[in-house]
Every structure is written in structure tokens, then in C-alpha cells.
Design a protein around this ligand. Sequence first.
Ligand code: UD1
Length: 367
Amino acid sequence: MRVLVTGGAGFVGSFVIDGLVAAGHDVIAVDSLHPHAHRRVPDYLNPRAEYVWGDLRDAAVVRTAVAGIDAVSHQASMVGLGVDFGDVLDYVTNNDLATATLLAALHEQRFTGRIVLGSSMVVYGEGRYRCRDHGIVRAGPRDPRRLDRAEWEPTCPCCGRALVAEPVPEEASVDPRNVYAATKLHQEHLVEAYGREHGSSTIVLRYHNVYGPRMPAQTPYAGVASIFRSAYQAGEAPRLYEDGAQKRDFVHVSDVARANIAALRVAPELSTTCNIASGHPVEIRRVAAALAAAYEPCAPEPVVTGRYRIGDVRHVFASIERARDVLGFSPAITPEQGLREFAVAPLRDFGNAGRPVPGLERSAPGA
Ligand code: UD1
């Protein structure tokens, strides 16, 4: 099978390529080496894949990349909450417009193969909550006045009582709460619309908090695991927003890559959406503690800032039953084990590794 992997120099994309190459597939990767994520061509690229250094928003680049492919693994995305709303154009063009350009090129080819989309749990907004009296309820938008009083937990919209967070299933209603989340949901809708119109199978993978080697080092666009790890490495205390008790599901990038390979292999007529997570939710302060273990005895105590980010949600973690049933997905690495290793694993080096970013060019396998 010849597979196009978008975002192939990136964190998840590069691991997907390693898995595909190991399984004997031909890979063509497209990556723009976006400056938010790369200062150099990374040195971990699989030499048996073919790379096109170009922008997915460029129809000419994409037309070349889609020629003769059997499947698409669409991983390219600008991630994270970003700096502020000023990032909106970057998110919309890099995520929505790029996806539209890719799908338009596939349409020109009358492509009917499988498309796997790397999406995100951010499309849910808050996770799932249960009220003792009112059952499953939807937590409304977070009220800044409550947050200013350090009232972090969402309450029942019917009775105002405390709620209990539960794993979110794929059929939960979507509620994107920031620009990035809105673009990820739009990507899902665009890909699904393509699938319906062309009879293509589409598999949407909603990643929870992915971490592991090759993650970009500290930037406003990096995830919390990388930010905390960078802090410990620099001998600084990680800063916990809210009270640090917010829950997420941290899933190792190698498990995410395996889910992607499985998604490319399932029955050709299947289209579905799956959460990809470890199934072991943890509080953010536990993430700091797990990373600190590698830096003891001199790891500084995390600082509970009591500050919050607009657009953040309180708890979101996953049910992975569908991924187990449909993809045979069984995460191999628990957060406890993976975060301990991650504390000392190589991050994407922004300083001096790899080669300088070239202009738009292409490199052949083995080059
Ligand atoms: C993360 C990713 C998002 C991805 C999603 C699912 C980033 C920035 N976000 O979203 O792209 O789609 O997982 O894979 O990569 N926090 C702190 N201190 C910090 C930074 C964060 O306490 O210095 C807290 C936040 O308030 C939040 C939690 O850590 O409660 C997670 O934040 P973050 O890593 O930014 O990720 P998500 O928003 O969960």
C-alpha cells in the first residue's frame, strides 16, 4: 500500500511513518516544517520514506503528493490552545484550509481509498459529567466569575450540585470551546463529507493527551507534559493551572501510532470515530509528580498558581471501548510507566539538531 502521511515530520506523523515502513508500506510524507513546531529538519526522520517539504495549502504540492496513493493518514495540524485569538488565521488556514486543499486534490483524482484523520478530544469541550439526581448532564461554559473565586469544578445546570466526571464516549455531543477545537471539528466534518460523497472509508481518531519522544520542547503550542518536563530539566518548578486536580488521559505516542496503523487496516467499508487514549485518567499534578521522580532528589515542588486559561476545560478523559472493539486497540504503555521514561526521553531539539529547513523541495527515500 502507498500511504500519504501529512505532517510526516511531526510528533505523531513520524511515528506513524515508522510503523508503516516497518510493515512494508510505501510512504510519501508532506510537511511544511511549520516554525511553531520545527526550526530544523528533524534528525529522526525515517530514511525509507519519501518527503515533500511543502505546504498542504498549496494545491500544486498536494496534487503531486496524492498521485498514486492508496490511503491517506492526515496528521498535519497546528495544535494547542496557542497564544491568543490572534492565532485564529493560522489555525483556520493550517487546519481547515489545508484539509480542504487536500480533499480537493483527492477529489480531482477520484480517490476512493481510506482516509484516517488525526483528530482530538478537544471537539468534546468538557468531558462527560453525571449529576446524582439528574443523570448525565452537559456542563455549560465556564463562568469567569466562578473561576476567579477558584471554583474549578463544573456544577449541574439543573440543580447546581457537584458533578462526577466520567469517561467520554464517542457519541457524546461535541462542544468545541476554542479556535483550535473548532478547526479540529471542522476537519472531521470535511473528511466525513468527502467520505460520503466518494464512498471512501473515513476513520477519525480523537487523540487524548499524546506525549512521548520527539514532542516539541516548550512552546505555547506544546502540551503540558512537554512543558513540565522542560521545566524540571531547567531546574524550574512546573506551574499548575487551577488547583492541578484537572483530569486528562495521557496516551503514549507509540500507542497512538499503533492505533493509526490499525485504522489503515480495518475492513474497507468501515467508517467510524474512535477515542485514542490510555484508559487511565490522571490529574495534572500527578503528571508533574511522575516526571519529578526522574529528577529527584532536587526536583522543585510544582507551583499551584490558581490561574486559569480561557478555553481550557476541567476534566476530559476517554472511554476506549470502541477503539478496542473496532481497531483491536490495546494501549501497551500506562501513563505511570510512560511518563517516567518521558522525563528523560529526547524531545524535539529546537536548537541544533538536524539540517536547516530547506525551501519547498522533495527528498527521495534513502536520500
Ligand atoms: C492537548 C493538546 C491538544 C490536543 C489534545 C488532545 C497541546 C497544547 N494541547 O490539549 O493539541 O489536541 O491534548 O491530544 O498540545 N496546564 C498546566 N500548566 C501548564 C500547561 C497546562 O497546569 O503549564 C494544564 C492545563 O490547564 C490543562 C492541562 O494542563 O488543564 C492540559 O493542558 P494542555 O497540555 O495544554 O492540553 P489540552 O488542552 O488538554
